[in-house]
Design a protein around this ligand. Structure first.
Ligand code: PEP
Length: 251
């Protein structure tokens, strides 16, 4: 019922030449992965280039961040409305690197999520626990709090037009992937928590797994009943690996 989605987060990487090579290399794997949605999130400065290169292909794209404002005196920011004009479908919000390095609180994340939806973009709400929280056994509580901040501000119905990405912070960029069993248990908990507000919305929302996904680990992770694809950092910069990850979502 839920379509798998594989999304690459390129973070602060790329040149005009490497972006061109990467998008061109993804056109065929995306075309072959019928039934799988494929998206990339380049640095915002490359969005115009990706817009041109991806035209007519199955590759969709989004931004890694968006400001809460539409326009005004906010030097250095990009508004969701601007991202929409460049053909973005998605915008990540609440990525752990934004939460940690840019001090984005749950309240800021919820406000950005609202602004992203207001511009008719799909927010990809990133949630997940730190290593200390994982070791303390508080993962479920942490993800509930992160979800609750958005539910309180935007309502559960907003999740009908959103994607959730569960990304344990200890697995991001570390080479440590949560086992399919651990990831599935948290995904099931997230879906169950959302179902407590609205069972239909919970059953339909795509919940992606993120955290050192590779071509080798993708199929087992994506084969879990509540894992609807992945948000992929490092491996999304390697065309062969990313193609294997996309193929792993086609079950
Ligand atoms: C990410 O940045 O969202 C991510 C999951 O990174 P990586 O795949 O490199 O762990």
């Amino acid at each position: 019922m839920r379509q798998p989605l594989v999304m690459g987060n390129w973070k602060l990487n790329g040149t005009k030449a490497s972006v061109e090579a990467l998008v061109k290399a993804l056109i065929e794997p995306a075309a072959k992965a019928e039934g799988v949605e494929v998206a990339v999130c380049p640095p915002v400065i490359f969005l115009g280039l990706v817009e041109k290169l991806a035209e007519g292909s199955r590759i969709q794209y989004g931004a890694q961040n968006a400001d809460v404002h539409t326009s005004g005196a906010f030097t250095g920011e990009n508004s969701p409305v601007m991202l929409k004009e460049f053909g973005c479908k998605y915008a990540l919000v609440g990525h752990s690197e934004r939460r940690t390095l840019h001090a984005e609180t749950d309240a800021v994340v919820a406000a950005k999520y609202e602004a992203i939806q207001a511009a008719d973009l799909v927010p990809v709400l990133c949630i997940g626990e730190t290593l200390a929280q994982f070791e303390a056994g508080t993962t479920n509580q942490v993800v509930e709090e992160q979800l609750k901040a958005v539910i309180d501000r935007c309502g559960i119905a907003s999740f009908a037009k959103a994607v959730v990405a569960y990304e344990p912070v200890w697995a991001i960029g570390t080479g440590k992937t949560a086992t399919p069993e651990i990831a599935q248990a948290v995904h099931a908990h997230i879906r169950g928590y959302l179902a407590g507000f609205d069972a239909d919305v919970a059953a339909k929302v795509q919940i992606l797994y993120g955290g050192s996904v590779t071509g080798a680990s993708a199929a087992n992770l994506f084969g879990q009943p509540d894992i609807d694809g992945g948000l992929v950092g490092g491996a999304s910069l390697k065309p062969d690996d990313f193609a294997q990850i996309i193929a792993g979502a086609k079950q």
